[in-house]
Design a protein around this ligand. Sequence first.
Ligand SMILES: Nc1ncnc2c1ncn2[C@@H]1O[C@H](COP(=O)(O)OP(=O)(O)O)[C@@H](O)[C@H]1O
Ligand SMILES: [Mg+2]
Length: 329
Amino acid sequence: MPDLSDLTDLAKLTALLNAQESGKRRAIDEAEMAKALRGRVKGQDHVVDDVSRLIRLQWGKEERKRPIANLLFLGPTGTGKTELAKAMAEYLYEDEKNMLRFDCSEFSGPEAKSRLAGVPSGYVSADKGGQLTRPVLNNPKRLILFDEIEKAYSEVFDLFLQLMGDARLTEQGSGKVADFTQSIIVLTSNAEADAIGKLQAEISDYHEMVNAVKSHLADTKVFRPEIVGRIDRVYVFKPLEGMVIAEIVVLKMSSLAKEYGLELAYVDPHLIIDAMGKGNKLARFGVRELDRVINEDFGEAMYEARQAGGKRVRLDQDDDGGLRISPAN
Ligand SMILES: Nc1ncnc2c1ncn2[C@@H]1O[C@H](COP(=O)(O)OP(=O)(O)O)[C@@H](O)[C@H]1O
Ligand SMILES: [Mg+2]
Protein backbone atom coordinates (compact mmCIF):
# COMPACT_ATOMS: atom_id res chain seq x y z
CA MET A 1 0.00 0.00 0.00
CA PRO A 2 1.42 3.43 -0.85
CA ASP A 3 1.61 5.91 2.01
CA LEU A 4 -1.32 8.22 1.29
CA SER A 5 0.00 10.95 3.58
CA ASP A 6 2.84 11.40 1.14
CA LEU A 7 1.73 13.52 -1.82
CA THR A 8 4.25 11.96 -4.21
CA ASP A 9 2.79 8.57 -3.45
CA LEU A 10 -0.69 9.95 -3.90
CA ALA A 11 0.30 11.29 -7.30
CA LYS A 12 1.73 7.88 -8.18
CA LEU A 13 -1.42 6.15 -7.04
CA THR A 14 -3.55 8.50 -9.11
CA ALA A 15 -1.37 7.85 -12.15
CA LEU A 16 -1.66 4.13 -11.54
CA LEU A 17 -5.44 4.28 -11.26
CA ASN A 18 -5.65 6.43 -14.39
CA ALA A 19 -3.50 3.98 -16.29
CA GLN A 20 -5.75 1.13 -15.19
CA GLU A 21 -8.78 3.12 -16.26
CA SER A 22 -7.45 3.77 -19.75
CA GLY A 23 -6.22 0.19 -19.95
CA LYS A 24 -9.79 -0.87 -19.36
CA ARG A 25 -11.00 1.24 -22.25
CA ARG A 26 -11.55 -1.19 -25.04
CA ALA A 27 -9.65 -0.39 -28.21
CA ILE A 28 -11.68 -0.90 -31.35
CA ASP A 29 -10.36 -3.49 -33.76
CA GLU A 30 -11.27 -1.84 -37.04
CA ALA A 31 -11.17 -5.01 -39.16
CA GLU A 32 -13.22 -6.95 -36.64
CA MET A 33 -15.78 -4.17 -36.40
CA ALA A 34 -16.11 -3.91 -40.20
CA LYS A 35 -16.56 -7.68 -40.38
CA ALA A 36 -19.27 -7.67 -37.74
CA LEU A 37 -21.14 -4.83 -39.47
CA ARG A 38 -20.83 -6.50 -42.88
CA GLY A 39 -22.42 -9.57 -41.36
CA ARG A 40 -25.62 -7.58 -40.96
CA VAL A 41 -25.43 -4.87 -43.60
CA LYS A 42 -24.93 -5.96 -47.20
CA GLY A 43 -23.77 -3.97 -50.21
CA GLN A 44 -22.73 -0.83 -48.29
CA ASP A 45 -19.06 -1.64 -47.74
CA HIS A 46 -18.04 1.92 -48.60
CA VAL A 47 -19.99 3.11 -45.54
CA VAL A 48 -19.12 0.21 -43.24
CA ASP A 49 -15.38 0.49 -43.85
CA ASP A 50 -15.21 4.23 -43.39
CA VAL A 51 -17.40 4.27 -40.31
CA SER A 52 -15.27 1.54 -38.70
CA ARG A 53 -12.13 3.60 -39.24
CA LEU A 54 -13.73 6.79 -37.96
CA ILE A 55 -15.08 5.10 -34.83
CA ARG A 56 -11.72 3.44 -34.05
CA LEU A 57 -10.00 6.82 -34.11
CA GLN A 58 -12.69 8.65 -32.14
CA TRP A 59 -13.12 5.86 -29.60
CA GLY A 60 -9.40 5.93 -28.92
CA LYS A 61 -9.40 9.56 -27.75
CA GLU A 62 -8.77 9.94 -24.02
CA GLU A 63 -10.67 13.21 -23.86
CA ARG A 64 -13.70 14.15 -25.78
CA LYS A 65 -15.90 17.22 -25.66
CA ARG A 66 -18.28 16.00 -28.33
CA PRO A 67 -20.09 12.74 -29.03
CA ILE A 68 -17.92 9.93 -30.40
CA ALA A 69 -19.36 10.71 -33.82
CA ASN A 70 -22.14 12.73 -35.44
CA LEU A 71 -23.22 11.00 -38.63
CA LEU A 72 -25.74 11.74 -41.36
CA PHE A 73 -27.11 8.76 -43.32
CA LEU A 74 -28.72 9.52 -46.68
CA GLY A 75 -29.97 7.35 -49.52
CA PRO A 76 -33.14 5.53 -50.62
CA THR A 77 -35.44 3.91 -48.08
CA GLY A 78 -34.84 0.23 -47.37
CA THR A 79 -31.10 0.28 -48.03
CA GLY A 80 -29.82 -0.53 -44.55
CA LYS A 81 -29.55 2.82 -42.73
CA THR A 82 -31.45 1.72 -39.64
CA GLU A 83 -29.93 -1.73 -39.89
CA LEU A 84 -26.41 -0.27 -39.76
CA ALA A 85 -27.31 1.88 -36.76
CA LYS A 86 -28.59 -1.26 -34.97
CA ALA A 87 -25.51 -3.23 -35.96
CA MET A 88 -23.26 -0.46 -34.61
CA ALA A 89 -25.17 -0.37 -31.32
CA GLU A 90 -24.88 -4.14 -31.04
CA TYR A 91 -21.16 -4.14 -31.75
CA LEU A 92 -20.11 -1.06 -29.80
CA TYR A 93 -22.61 -1.03 -26.95
CA GLU A 94 -23.15 -4.79 -26.56
CA ASP A 95 -26.82 -4.82 -27.45
CA GLU A 96 -28.88 -3.19 -30.17
CA LYS A 97 -31.32 -2.24 -27.40
CA ASN A 98 -28.82 0.45 -26.49
CA MET A 99 -29.94 2.28 -29.58
CA LEU A 100 -32.51 5.01 -28.93
CA ARG A 101 -34.58 5.72 -31.98
CA PHE A 102 -36.68 8.79 -32.56
CA ASP A 103 -38.98 9.34 -35.48
CA CYS A 104 -38.78 13.07 -36.07
CA SER A 105 -42.11 13.13 -37.87
CA GLU A 106 -43.51 12.80 -34.31
CA PHE A 107 -41.53 15.87 -33.28
CA SER A 108 -43.09 18.36 -35.62
CA GLY A 109 -44.73 20.57 -32.99
CA PRO A 110 -43.57 22.81 -30.15
CA GLU A 111 -44.08 20.04 -27.54
CA ALA A 112 -41.22 18.09 -29.17
CA LYS A 113 -38.51 19.63 -27.04
CA SER A 114 -40.17 18.76 -23.74
CA ARG A 115 -40.77 15.20 -24.89
CA LEU A 116 -37.07 14.84 -25.53
CA ALA A 117 -35.62 16.85 -22.67
CA GLY A 118 -38.42 16.90 -20.08
CA VAL A 119 -40.80 19.55 -18.76
CA PRO A 120 -39.93 22.14 -16.10
CA SER A 121 -40.62 21.26 -12.48
CA GLY A 122 -44.10 22.14 -11.32
CA TYR A 123 -45.69 20.63 -14.43
CA VAL A 124 -47.40 17.25 -14.40
CA SER A 125 -44.94 14.46 -15.27
CA ALA A 126 -41.92 16.69 -14.65
CA ASP A 127 -40.45 13.81 -12.65
CA LYS A 128 -40.57 11.47 -15.64
CA GLY A 129 -37.81 13.33 -17.43
CA GLY A 130 -37.27 13.41 -21.17
CA GLN A 131 -37.44 10.48 -23.57
CA LEU A 132 -33.90 11.32 -24.67
CA THR A 133 -32.32 12.64 -21.49
CA ARG A 134 -33.60 10.00 -19.06
CA PRO A 135 -32.20 6.90 -20.83
CA VAL A 136 -28.89 8.69 -21.43
CA LEU A 137 -28.69 9.73 -17.77
CA ASN A 138 -29.16 6.06 -16.90
CA ASN A 139 -26.65 4.81 -19.44
CA PRO A 140 -24.64 7.23 -21.60
CA LYS A 141 -23.33 4.46 -23.86
CA ARG A 142 -25.94 4.89 -26.53
CA LEU A 143 -26.40 5.13 -30.22
CA ILE A 144 -29.05 7.77 -30.80
CA LEU A 145 -30.89 7.63 -34.09
CA PHE A 146 -33.03 10.53 -35.28
CA ASP A 147 -34.99 9.45 -38.35
CA GLU A 148 -36.19 11.97 -40.95
CA ILE A 149 -34.73 14.97 -39.17
CA GLU A 150 -36.05 17.32 -41.82
CA LYS A 151 -39.51 16.81 -40.28
CA ALA A 152 -38.47 17.99 -36.83
CA TYR A 153 -39.80 21.23 -35.38
CA SER A 154 -37.31 24.05 -35.78
CA GLU A 155 -36.64 24.32 -32.04
CA VAL A 156 -35.57 20.68 -31.98
CA PHE A 157 -32.70 21.66 -34.26
CA ASP A 158 -31.34 23.80 -31.41
CA LEU A 159 -31.37 20.68 -29.32
CA PHE A 160 -29.51 18.76 -32.07
CA LEU A 161 -26.94 21.55 -32.19
CA GLN A 162 -26.37 21.33 -28.47
CA LEU A 163 -26.17 17.55 -28.57
CA MET A 164 -23.71 17.44 -31.41
CA GLY A 165 -21.69 20.46 -30.32
CA ASP A 166 -21.47 20.36 -26.51
CA ALA A 167 -22.56 16.77 -25.89
CA ARG A 168 -24.57 18.05 -22.92
CA LEU A 169 -28.25 18.52 -22.41
CA THR A 170 -29.92 19.67 -19.23
CA GLU A 171 -33.07 17.80 -18.37
CA GLN A 172 -35.94 20.12 -17.52
CA GLY A 173 -37.48 19.34 -14.18
CA SER A 174 -34.63 17.37 -12.63
CA GLY A 175 -31.94 19.81 -13.74
CA LYS A 176 -29.60 16.87 -14.32
CA VAL A 177 -27.14 17.12 -17.16
CA ALA A 178 -27.12 14.26 -19.65
CA ASP A 179 -23.65 13.59 -21.03
CA PHE A 180 -23.35 12.47 -24.65
CA THR A 181 -19.57 12.18 -24.91
CA GLN A 182 -19.86 8.37 -24.99
CA SER A 183 -22.73 8.41 -27.48
CA ILE A 184 -22.91 8.21 -31.23
CA ILE A 185 -25.48 10.42 -32.95
CA VAL A 186 -26.95 9.25 -36.25
CA LEU A 187 -29.30 11.44 -38.25
CA THR A 188 -31.18 10.20 -41.28
CA SER A 189 -33.00 12.29 -43.82
CA ASN A 190 -35.19 11.80 -46.85
CA ALA A 191 -34.95 15.45 -47.84
CA GLU A 192 -34.01 16.01 -51.47
CA ALA A 193 -34.09 12.25 -52.00
CA ASP A 194 -34.78 12.53 -55.73
CA ALA A 195 -31.98 15.01 -56.32
CA ILE A 196 -29.60 12.90 -54.26
CA GLY A 197 -30.63 9.78 -56.17
CA LYS A 198 -29.85 11.58 -59.41
CA LEU A 199 -26.40 12.66 -58.22
CA GLN A 200 -25.83 9.10 -57.07
CA ALA A 201 -26.68 7.72 -60.50
CA GLU A 202 -24.63 10.33 -62.36
CA ILE A 203 -21.40 10.50 -60.36
CA SER A 204 -19.55 7.22 -60.08
CA ASP A 205 -16.73 8.34 -57.77
CA TYR A 206 -18.09 8.01 -54.24
CA HIS A 207 -16.22 10.94 -52.65
CA GLU A 208 -17.04 13.23 -55.53
CA MET A 209 -20.70 12.22 -55.23
CA VAL A 210 -20.81 12.85 -51.46
CA ASN A 211 -19.29 16.29 -52.00
CA ALA A 212 -21.91 17.06 -54.65
CA VAL A 213 -24.64 15.92 -52.25
CA LYS A 214 -23.24 18.13 -49.48
CA SER A 215 -23.15 21.22 -51.68
CA HIS A 216 -26.63 20.44 -52.93
CA LEU A 217 -27.90 20.27 -49.33
CA ALA A 218 -26.12 23.53 -48.53
CA ASP A 219 -27.55 25.26 -51.63
CA THR A 220 -31.10 24.14 -50.97
CA LYS A 221 -30.76 25.18 -47.30
CA VAL A 222 -32.48 22.01 -46.07
CA PHE A 223 -30.31 22.08 -42.97
CA ARG A 224 -28.90 25.06 -41.16
CA PRO A 225 -25.18 25.50 -41.87
CA GLU A 226 -24.40 25.04 -38.14
CA ILE A 227 -25.97 21.59 -38.27
CA VAL A 228 -23.98 20.60 -41.34
CA GLY A 229 -20.86 22.00 -39.67
CA ARG A 230 -21.24 19.64 -36.72
CA ILE A 231 -21.66 16.49 -38.78
CA ASP A 232 -18.46 14.45 -38.96
CA ARG A 233 -19.46 12.34 -41.96
CA VAL A 234 -22.21 12.21 -44.53
CA TYR A 235 -22.81 8.71 -45.91
CA VAL A 236 -24.94 8.02 -48.95
CA PHE A 237 -26.35 4.47 -49.05
CA LYS A 238 -26.52 2.78 -52.44
CA PRO A 239 -29.69 1.30 -53.94
CA LEU A 240 -29.62 -2.47 -53.47
CA GLU A 241 -28.58 -4.58 -56.46
CA GLY A 242 -29.96 -8.05 -57.19
CA MET A 243 -26.98 -9.88 -55.74
CA VAL A 244 -27.17 -7.84 -52.53
CA ILE A 245 -30.89 -8.58 -52.19
CA ALA A 246 -30.09 -12.28 -52.63
CA GLU A 247 -27.51 -12.03 -49.83
CA ILE A 248 -30.10 -10.37 -47.61
CA VAL A 249 -32.58 -13.17 -48.37
CA VAL A 250 -29.97 -15.75 -47.31
CA LEU A 251 -29.24 -13.72 -44.18
CA LYS A 252 -32.92 -13.57 -43.26
CA MET A 253 -33.39 -17.31 -43.90
CA SER A 254 -30.43 -18.06 -41.63
CA SER A 255 -31.87 -15.86 -38.87
CA LEU A 256 -35.25 -17.55 -39.19
CA ALA A 257 -33.59 -20.97 -38.94
CA LYS A 258 -31.73 -19.77 -35.85
CA GLU A 259 -35.01 -18.66 -34.29
CA TYR A 260 -36.22 -22.24 -34.64
CA GLY A 261 -33.00 -23.55 -33.12
CA LEU A 262 -31.71 -24.72 -36.49
CA GLU A 263 -28.64 -24.09 -38.57
CA LEU A 264 -29.07 -23.36 -42.27
CA ALA A 265 -26.42 -25.08 -44.41
CA TYR A 266 -24.48 -22.73 -46.70
CA VAL A 267 -26.64 -21.20 -49.41
CA ASP A 268 -25.01 -19.67 -52.47
CA PRO A 269 -26.80 -16.35 -53.12
CA HIS A 270 -26.71 -17.24 -56.84
CA LEU A 271 -29.31 -19.91 -56.07
CA ILE A 272 -31.67 -17.15 -54.90
CA ILE A 273 -30.91 -14.96 -57.91
CA ASP A 274 -31.58 -17.94 -60.15
CA ALA A 275 -34.88 -18.75 -58.44
CA MET A 276 -35.96 -15.12 -58.64
CA GLY A 277 -35.11 -15.12 -62.35
CA LYS A 278 -37.41 -18.12 -62.77
CA GLY A 279 -40.26 -16.21 -61.20
CA ASN A 280 -39.92 -17.08 -57.50
CA LYS A 281 -42.34 -14.88 -55.60
CA LEU A 282 -39.48 -13.38 -53.54
CA ALA A 283 -38.76 -11.25 -56.59
CA ARG A 284 -42.09 -9.51 -56.25
CA PHE A 285 -41.46 -8.08 -52.79
CA GLY A 286 -39.46 -5.12 -51.55
CA VAL A 287 -36.72 -5.66 -49.02
CA ARG A 288 -38.95 -4.39 -46.22
CA GLU A 289 -41.44 -7.21 -46.81
CA LEU A 290 -38.86 -9.97 -46.90
CA ASP A 291 -39.12 -10.83 -43.20
CA ARG A 292 -42.84 -11.48 -43.50
CA VAL A 293 -42.64 -13.39 -46.80
CA ILE A 294 -39.76 -15.58 -45.63
CA ASN A 295 -41.57 -16.33 -42.37
CA GLU A 296 -44.70 -17.31 -44.25
CA ASP A 297 -42.97 -19.45 -46.84
CA PHE A 298 -40.33 -21.27 -44.83
CA GLY A 299 -41.53 -21.16 -41.22
CA GLU A 300 -43.62 -24.33 -41.53
CA ALA A 301 -40.83 -26.49 -42.97
CA MET A 302 -38.36 -25.22 -40.39
CA TYR A 303 -40.80 -25.84 -37.58
CA GLU A 304 -41.34 -29.41 -38.74
CA ALA A 305 -37.63 -30.07 -39.17
CA ARG A 306 -37.04 -28.93 -35.61
CA GLN A 307 -39.97 -30.92 -34.22
CA ALA A 308 -38.52 -34.02 -35.90
CA GLY A 309 -35.37 -33.44 -33.87
CA GLY A 310 -33.30 -31.97 -36.71
CA LYS A 311 -30.46 -29.50 -36.12
CA ARG A 312 -29.61 -28.52 -39.67
CA VAL A 313 -31.68 -27.64 -42.72
CA ARG A 314 -30.79 -26.94 -46.33
CA LEU A 315 -32.34 -24.91 -49.11
CA ASP A 316 -32.96 -26.37 -52.55
CA GLN A 317 -34.47 -25.08 -55.74
CA ASP A 318 -37.10 -26.83 -57.86
CA ASP A 319 -36.96 -26.65 -61.66
CA ASP A 320 -39.61 -23.96 -61.74
CA GLY A 321 -37.81 -21.66 -59.26
CA GLY A 322 -39.61 -22.87 -56.15
CA LEU A 323 -37.47 -22.92 -53.00
CA ARG A 324 -37.69 -25.70 -50.46
CA ILE A 325 -36.33 -26.24 -46.96
CA SER A 326 -35.49 -29.81 -45.98
CA PRO A 327 -33.60 -31.53 -43.16
CA ALA A 328 -29.85 -31.77 -43.72
CA ASN A 329 -27.02 -33.55 -41.98
N1 LIG B 1 -28.06 -3.21 -47.00
C1 LIG B 1 -28.81 -4.03 -46.27
N2 LIG B 1 -28.26 -5.12 -45.68
C2 LIG B 1 -29.01 -5.97 -44.93
N3 LIG B 1 -30.32 -5.82 -44.72
C3 LIG B 1 -30.93 -4.77 -45.28
C4 LIG B 1 -30.21 -3.82 -46.08
N4 LIG B 1 -31.08 -2.88 -46.50
C5 LIG B 1 -32.26 -3.21 -45.99
N5 LIG B 1 -32.20 -4.35 -45.27
C6 LIG B 1 -33.31 -5.02 -44.57
O1 LIG B 1 -34.51 -4.35 -44.96
C7 LIG B 1 -35.23 -3.87 -43.84
C8 LIG B 1 -35.35 -2.36 -43.87
O2 LIG B 1 -34.04 -1.80 -43.82
P1 LIG B 1 -33.70 -0.46 -43.02
O3 LIG B 1 -32.30 -0.53 -42.56
O4 LIG B 1 -34.74 -0.25 -41.98
O5 LIG B 1 -33.88 0.60 -44.18
P2 LIG B 1 -33.66 2.18 -44.17
O6 LIG B 1 -32.47 2.42 -45.06
O7 LIG B 1 -34.89 2.75 -44.76
O8 LIG B 1 -33.42 2.59 -42.75
C9 LIG B 1 -34.55 -4.40 -42.63
O9 LIG B 1 -35.28 -5.52 -42.22
C10 LIG B 1 -33.18 -4.85 -43.07
O10 LIG B 1 -32.92 -6.08 -42.50
MG1 LIG C 1 -34.65 3.67 -41.48
